[in-house]
Design a protein around this ligand. Sequence first.
Ligand SMILES: NC(=O)C1=CN([C@@H]2O[C@H](COP(=O)(O)OP(=O)(O)OC[C@H]3O[C@@H](n4cnc5c(N)ncnc54)[C@H](O)[C@@H]3O)[C@@H](O)[C@H]2O)C=CC1
Ligand SMILES: O=C([O-])CC(=O)C(=O)O
Length: 404
Amino acid sequence: MEQALLRINNISGQLTGKCPFKAGGGVEAGKCPFKGHGVEAGKCPYRAGQHLDQSKAWSLVNVTPTVTTNSVTPIKVLVTGAAGQIAYSLMFMIASGQMFGPYQPVILHLLDIPKMADALKGVVMELQDCSYPLLHSVVATTDVQTAFIHINVAILVGAFPRGPGMQRKDLLKVNVSIFKEQGEALNKYASRGVKVLVVGNPANTNALTALVKASDLPPSNFSALTRLDQNRAQSMISEKVGVNVDSVRNVIIWGNHSQTQVPDVNHGYILNYPNRGLIEPIQTSVNDDKWLNEQFIPLVQNRGATVIAARKLSSAASAANAIVGHVRDWLLGTKDGEHVSMAVYSDGSYNVPKGLIFSFPVTCRNGEWSIVQGLKINSSTQQKIDATTKELQEEKETAMSFLN
Ligand SMILES: NC(=O)C1=CN([C@@H]2O[C@H](COP(=O)(O)OP(=O)(O)OC[C@H]3O[C@@H](n4cnc5c(N)ncnc54)[C@H](O)[C@@H]3O)[C@@H](O)[C@H]2O)C=CC1
Ligand SMILES: O=C([O-])CC(=O)C(=O)O
C-alpha cells in the first residue's frame, strides 16, 4: 500500500469522524471497517474495503458553498496525473463549472504518485484559493483505492508523455501497467455507472486495457480522447475558409489518436457561411482538394508532434479544453444536427472489428453515446481507415501480451 499523501486537514470540521457517504444502497451491512463514522453501528451500507479512508486523504471542504448548489448532490470526479501539466489546466476548468454546468457541485478526487505529493499539495492549495462555489471538496491522495472510491467520472490523464522524436505507441510498454491497475480499481471501487475517459497515451489502447481489466463494467462506459484532434481540424478549416471556428461542424476523426488517425471533412459543413445560404459542405467552402488531401490531413495528424517540437512539452491547455468538451457532450448531450468524435468500443460499425477502442462520429443523449450510422466513406478515406485499424489491432496485441 502506498504511503498516505497528507493528513486530514479539515477546514470546516464537516467531515471529521463522519462517513461522507449516505446510507441506503450498499451490501453486507455491518461489515464496514471505517472507524468512527457517523452512521449508526451495524447499519453502514458499504462493503468492507469500500470506504474512503480519511487517513489516506486530505479532504478539504469549501467554506462558501452557495444556496443553489447545496440542493444538488455533488458529482465525484477523479483526475489522475493530478500534479501534471494537463491536470493543472483541467481541474480549474472542472471546478469553475465548465464541464458540468453552473449548478453542478463537484468533489474532485486527485491522484498522483508519491514523489509528486508536494506538488499536488500546492495544486490543492491553489484550488482552495480560487474559492470556487461549485467545488464541494477535494480528496488528494497517492492511494489508488482512496482515489477511485465511488467516483462517477474518471479522467485518466496520469501517464508518461512522449518527447521529441517519439511515437505515442512507444509509450505502450511503460504506460500499460498504469491502466491495468486503474482498470482493476475501477472494477472494484468506482460507481457502477462511472464514465471513463482515457487521455494518457497511447490513449485508445490504454482505454482498452482499462476496459479489459474492469470486466464488471459495461464497455460503453469507456472512451479515449480524440476531441483534441477534432478541435485542431476544425480550427484549421476555419482559418482556411475565413470563418469563426464555431461555424465549422461535424469534422470527423476516425481511428487511433496517433499519426494514422483519419481527419475527414467529407460530412462536415460550414454554418451560415456568408452569402451562401444556411450551410455549405466544407469541401465546397475550402474549394481546394489538393490542400485538403496533401496538407490539411498531415497537419492534423502531426499537430501534437509540432507542438512538442515548439514547446518541448506536449499540448496541455488545449488537451484540457478538449477533455472538458468530450465529457460535457457525453454527459449533457450533443447539439441537434451535430456529432463529435470519441474513441469508443467498436460494435462492428463501418466494418471496424469489434473490440477496438476506435474513434467514431457519435451523438450523445442521456449520458450514452451512439455511433452515427450510414455515412458514405470514399475509397481514399477507407484506405486510411484500414491503416489506422491495422495499427490499433497491433497495439492491442502488444498490450494484451504485456497483460498476460
Ligand atoms: N489523448 C490526447 O489527446 C492527449 C494525451 N496526452 C497524454 O496525456 C498524458 C499526460 O500528459 P501531461 O499531463 O502533459 O504529462 P505530465 O508528465 O505533465 O503529467 C503526468 C502526471 O501523471 C503522473 N503519473 C504517472 N504515473 C501515474 C500513476 N500511476 N497514477 C497517477 N498519476 C501518475 C505523473 O507523476 C505526472 O504528474 C501523457 O501520456 C500524454 O502523452 C497529452 C495530450 C493530448
Ligand atoms: O502528441 C502527444 O504526444 C500529445 C498528444 O497526444 C497530443 O498533443 O495530441
